[in-house]
Design a protein around this ligand. Structure first.
Ligand code: COI
Length: 365
């Protein structure tokens, strides 16, 4: 950890913040990623000068040149974290240094400059301090933080951008899937892949999500909420859900999840769940999950539960798996007991209702 204090963010207050009534309405029933707070944090980087002034400024549209490199070559990365309001009024986030380290890894893969962990964490603190009135206090609610970095040079040659902007925006949120916490249906995609060996699958970059959108529409066509991707080489092994990792709970209590690779994002929620499951005495197996074995296990009863996990989705039970030649129900379409108990433990830690024995929480305000 650095011993030098991070540079402070200079705050330019929004002189036209949302009226109290509009903010109260947004906080009462937040829909994921639809409403944004009054400010954003920002730092610009250039090859010549490195990272420039740290600032918090009014939230608003960016003025982007039509030749802006990100619009053409998608040199962009992002992160997702949440700020949780605790009963005593304090506001905390969860393992921000782990997100900062992943952001730096994503930056390396996308040939973007690395932001220090100190600047990353300080940008969250500075923004949430100014916009703390936007932290929702209701059940399952939080302030979703979206740090991102993009190539902002106006230049059409294909090479790493010589100017980059790092921005953090914040949005009050409830459950990611419409309808609250409920078992979701997953379309298992055989035709398209989001990532391949040596590609960008382990980086959190917009391009991976763009590649997931057409398959996701296949999911919608089959009345599914999300899509699960298989490995590009053999079309056999589960990788991830595009925006979430996937875990399988067996009847004997073992929990298996695909091992991280250059095609799977290393989820912070994923690693936290593996730790909590191990603490609770479950055998945890980071090993490939073959689709035929999974379907056979669901049919025979050896697979008891399947769930998705990620910052936005938290832990979401999976009640149905659909593919071009199967349609199966998992856990009778209900949320399973292991899924829901690990979910309760994780969210209790995040909201300050249970001891944080792994010191995962980081106070912002
Ligand atoms: C997150 O879980 O924070 C993500 O970035 C996933 C995205 C699909 C919302």
């Amino acid at each position: 950890m650095s011993t030098v204090s991070p540079q402070p963010f200079q705050v330019q207050r929004n002189d036209r913040p949302a009226p109290d009534a509009r903010r109260a309405a947004a906080l009462a029933a937040p829909k994921f990623g639809t409403v944004f707070t009054d400010h954003m944090a920002r730092i610009t980087w250039t090859v010549a000068d490195g990272w420039g002034a740290r600032r918090v400024e009014p939230y608003g549209p960016l003025s982007v040149d039509p030749a802006c490199a990100v619009l053409h070559y998608a040199q962009e990365i992002f992160e997702g974290l949440k700020a949780y309001g605790h009963d005593d009024g304090s506001v905390w986030t969860f393992r921000p240094r782990t997100n900062a380290a992943r952001f730096a890894r994503s930056a390396r893969r996308l040939a973007l400059p690395e932001l220090s962990g100190d600047d990353f964490v300080e940008s969250l603190r500075a923004l949430v301090t100014v916009d703390q009135a936007w932290v929702p206090r209701g059940e399952e609610m939080s302030l979703y933080l979206r740090p991102f970095m993009f190539a902002s040079e106006s230049f059409l040659g294909v090479r790493p951008s010589q100017q980059v902007d790092y921005i953090v925006i914040a949005s009050p949120v409830g459950a990611y899937f419409p309808g609250g916490v409920r078992p979701v249906s997953i379309w298992v995609e055989r035709e398209y892949h989001r990532a391949g060996p040596g590609g960008t699958g382990a980086a959190k970059c917009g391009g991976n999500y763009a590649a997931s959108l057409l398959p996701q529409t296949h999911g919608y066509d089959h009345d599914c909420d999300q899509v699960c991707f298989l490995d590009a080489g053999t079309k056999t092994f589960l990788e991830e859900l595009g925006g979430m990792n996937v875990m399988v709970v067996y009847a004997d209590g073992t929990v298996r999840t695909p091992p991280v690779s250059d095609a799977i994002l290393e989820g912070v929620t994923r690693s936290s769940i593996l730790t909590l499951l191990t603490d609770a005495g479950h055998e945890v197996d980071e090993a490939p999950v073959a689709l035929p074995d999974l379907l056979e296990g669901i049919a025979s009863g050896s697979v008891a539960e399947v769930f998705a996990c990620g910052t936005a989705a938290v832990i979401t039970p999976i009640g149905r798996l659909v593919g071009d030649d199967f349609d199966v129900t998992v856990s009778d379409g209900q949320a399973g007991p292991v899924t829901m108990s690990i979910r309760a433990e994780l969210t209790d830690i995040q909201y300050g209702r249970r001891p944080d024995r792994h010191t995962w929480l980081h106070r912002l305000v």
